[in-house]
Design a protein around this ligand. Structure first.
Ligand code: PA5
Length: 407
């Protein structure tokens, strides 16, 4: 087992020569990212310039929250939600940590009414996260849950149970935070929502759930300390770009561990919002295997050839189970899962579908930190190869504006 995240392109249908030909463009993209001159690239050097006091404060506040509540409701959407949700699912919750649930992730009255019911019987804290401070879903849910919190505890105690993460100066949420005196953290102005998981946006909820955020940052630091990209990220970025040029417009990102479901959702947002503009971009789709083989397997084998596959392969499982009886007697689940992955890669690549495999030694905080940085950098570089700005989202702004007109 390798101790690094590795990209296997042997079944991608691409030659190493094709990949090498992209080197110059990749180096230019990397230089732009590291130059400090591009807007919204604050995340690039973030793991190398960690603010130790801020880390200390996040850990102290997370300790307080863990003592205050059994249910920690995080209110935010998009980049103010997916990073924390994905990491908590992937790394698991410590037994003594509060349950972390999310609100403001849709506009469903049913979803939020159920969560409100749950809140009645438990000790609760709220954490509202919004960079702009004006997002409709977040604003609606925060005000509903805040009212319930005040009813439950009275105003003074409720204020001690509200945590806000937002811009340092701008927006209605910052204004309310200062007025009411909520404990708060800042989303750096040079880091956009979908690149913000390694700021308090992700780190506070992840720490409350009990994952080791120091180790997470260490993982990201190891990746960031390799600015020449002597890891395999550039090959993946080049391969994604080349496959798009060859007419593959969908990237079917697959995992064999259900704990990675939201990690794939996080990648979908990162890739989709960063690349999908000006009539280009890969459409990121997520598949959960082996479950989806029994629904999408047919399409993947013989359907429209518009996609390539990216397989997330966790090499080491922390537990295993052995089948005690029947025709599979003596086989372990891990063996079977591995056999499924190998068989599927073989069957699909033989049928002409390009397959990229990303080998991840294991799923712990350190490697998870590496993965975050790996995907953020890959995403930014591929978007630059595509000739689009990885850090804006004019389409999101457009629908938000139209939606507000309807309200
Ligand atoms: O990546 C993005 O910029 C978006 O997905 C935002 O994170 C999302 O729309 C939420 O915005 P805000 O944090 O301003 O509430």
């Amino acid at each position: 087992m390798s101790m690094e995240i590795k990209v296997d392109l042997s079944k991608s249908g691409l030659t190493m020569e094709e990949i090498r030909q992209k080197k110059l463009e990749i180096d230019t993209a990397l230089e732009r990212l590291w130059s400090g001159k591009e807007t919204f690239t604050g995340w690039v050097k973030l793991p190398l310039q960690q603010d130790k006091n801020e880390m200390e404060r996040i850990l102290n506040v997370s300790d307080i929250i863990r003592q205050q509540c059994e249910l920690f409701i995080v209110i935010g959407i998009g980049g103010s939600y997916l990073g924390a949700k994905a990491a908590i699912d992937a790394l698991g919750k410590a037994p003594d940590a509060p349950e972390v649930k999310f609100a403001g992730i849709n506009l469903s009255a049913t979803y939020h009414a159920r969560l409100l019911e749950e809140m009645a019987a438990k000790e609760v804290c709220l954490c509202v996260i919004s960079k702009s401070g004006t997002t409709v879903e977040t604003t609606a849910a925060f005000n509903i849950f805040k009212e319930a919190l005040i009813k439950k505890y009275g105003k003074a105690e409720a204020v001690k149970r509200i945590y806000a993460i937002t811009d340092a100066e701008n927006g209605a949420l910052r204004e309310e935070t200062e007025r009411e005196g909520y404990t708060s953290f800042v989303i750096p102005s040079d880091i956009g929502g979908r690149y913000s998981v390694l700021t308090p946006v992700g780190l506070l909820p992840i720490a409350v759930a009990g994952a080791d955020i120091r180790s997470l940052m260490e993982g990201a630091e190891v990746m960031a300390a390799s600015p020449d990209w002597d890891f395999d990220g550039p090959d993946y970025a080049a391969a994604r770009y080349l496959l798009l040029q060859k007419g593959k417009s969908v990237e079917a990102i697959q995992h064999y561990e259900p704990d990675l479901k939201y990690f794939v959702e996080w990648i979908k947002q990162l890739f989709g919002e960063s690349e999908g503009k000006e009539g280009t971009g890969l459409f990121p789709a997520g598949l959960e295997l082996t479950a989806d083989l029994h629904s999408m397997g047919q399409f993947l084998q013989q359907g429209s050839p518009i996609f390539f596959e990216t397989v997330l392969n966790i090499e080491q499982s922390p537990v295993d189970l052995t089948v005690p009886e029947g025709p599979l007697k003596g086989k372990t689940m891990t063996q079977l899962n591995r056999a499924a992955m190998k068989g599927v890669i073989e069957a699909h690549s033989s049928a002409g579908t390009p397959v990229i495999r990303i080998d991840i030694p294991k799923l712990d905080a350190f490697y998870y930190g590496q993965l975050i940085y790996f995907f953020e950098t890959t995403c930014a570089v591929t978007a630059m190869l595509m000739g689009v700005n990885p850090f804006d989202q004019p389409g999101v702004e457009a629908y938000k504006k139209e939606m507000k007109k309807e309200i």
